[in-house]
Ligand binder design. Structure first.
Ligand code: PHE
Length: 352
């Protein structure tokens, strides 16, 4: 089957060479536009393939059948080669374009620095861990609340003077069918989750007894300063059972204090007032220097609150407390100004 370069040999030999050369040429092409050109040259009207086909009429009938079949096969193989190469090149071009057009959106803060959870998130998670370790489960509720859950069910009827203890952000509800203005608000504390949890326990029949903690974000109409943020965080604890007393409350707070701050710190309760607890107290935690820092409020769940949640106050009693998560983080890390938590200065954040 070997033939001199200028002697194409029999038409069948020439076809075989055409295919072999064509396939090699197609494989060598690097760009789609060049492939289009080459495809035209190999398969178009003026291609060698077409002129061999035109010569079919000059050969004998037997040869014509054989050559026709060979032509058909040769065309098929060349078309296939062009098509395969077209796919390869298209895929490579797309990958190339994506690589060229992709943007690196990571902020370069310097070598070896990687991010971590915000100190408030760390504190929130540590508090959950401590309470879960003490046998509590975690409950949550919505940040947009109704007046009923945030105040009324907590023994604060409309116009109760103690409502002024919470500077409330109300939501405009004009246009919202069935909702009056001043009914929707941003919750001012996590205490409405007490109410939601008691109602759910009764409805679903799994409690009391109830032992939950409710961490969450809360809102007050306040100007940010060193000791106040309009958006901050609380963790609420609620126990409802038979015959629980103020001593159980004090014991639970003390156990928590030691678990969270360490064995050498202690807690104390100072008489106070909250409409939803009776008696009520402020919780202070001792500092290494002997001073006391206020971290939240607590008390025995008011009978009216139990009643609003469908629990008989003759049968059940409860205690609750609410701690400021931001304040606990402030104490633990010795931070002077609460606004540091939200100013997002990396120099601050990376220390914690
Ligand atoms: N909800 C109260 C506050 O935000 C704190 C508190 C919780 C007090 C539970 C008593 C019992 O000020």
């Amino acid at each position: 089957m070997s033939s001199a370069p200028d002697d194409p040999g029999s038409p069948l030999e020439e076809l075989a060479a055409l295919v072999a050369d064509g396939v090699a040429e197609v494989a060598a092409v690097k760009r789609l536009d060049q492939l289009g050109e080459l495809g035209g040259r190999l398969l178009g009207k003026r291609s060698r393939l077409s002129s061999i086909r035109a010569g079919l009429r000059d050969v004998s009938a037997d040869e014509r059948a054989e050559l026709g079949a060979a032509l058909h096969e040769a065309r098929g193989r060349l078309e296939q080669a062009v098509e395969d190469r077209r796919r390869e090149l298209a895929r490579a071009e797309t990958a190339d374009r994506l690589a060229r057009e992709s943007l690196d959106l990571t902020e370069e803060l310097g070598r070896g620095r990687i991010g971590h959870a915000h100190v408030i998130t760390q504190t929130w998670e540590r508090l959950e861990d401590v309470f879960v370790g003490m046998g509590f489960t975690v409950a949550t509720g919505p940040e947009v609340e109704t007046d009923w859950f945030n105040f009324e069910a907590l023994n604060l009827p409309p116009s109760h003077p103690a409502r002024s203890l919470w500077d409330t952000l109300y939501l405009r509800t004009d246009g919202l069918e069935g909702v009056d203005d001043e009914q929707l608000l941003l919750r001012t504390h996590t205490s409405p989750v007490q109410v939601r949890t008691m109602l759910r326990a009764v409805r679903e029949g799994w409690g009391p007894p109830i032992h939950v903690v409710c961490p969450g974000r809360v809102y007050r109409r306040d100007t940010a300063d060193a000791t106040h943020l309009p958006v901050f965080h609380q963790i609420e604890m609620l126990v409802v059972d038979r015959h629980v007393t103020m001593a159980d409350l004090a014991g639970t707070i003390e156990e928590f204090t030691k678990a969270y701050f360490g064995a050498d710190l202690t807690s104390r309760l100072r008489p106070s007032y909250f409409p939803f607890t009776e008696p009520s107290a402020e919780v202070d935690i001792s500092q290494p220097d002997g001073s006391w820092l206020e971290v939240g409020g607590c008390g025995m769940v008011h009978p009216n609150v139990l009643g609003a949640c469908g629990l008989d106050p003759e049968e059940w009693s409860g205690f609750a407390f609410g701690f400021g998560i931001d304040r606990l983080a402030k104490i633990r890390h010795g931070i002077g100004d609460l606004r540091e938590f939200v100013s997002n200065d990396v120099r601050f954040l990376e220390q914690l």
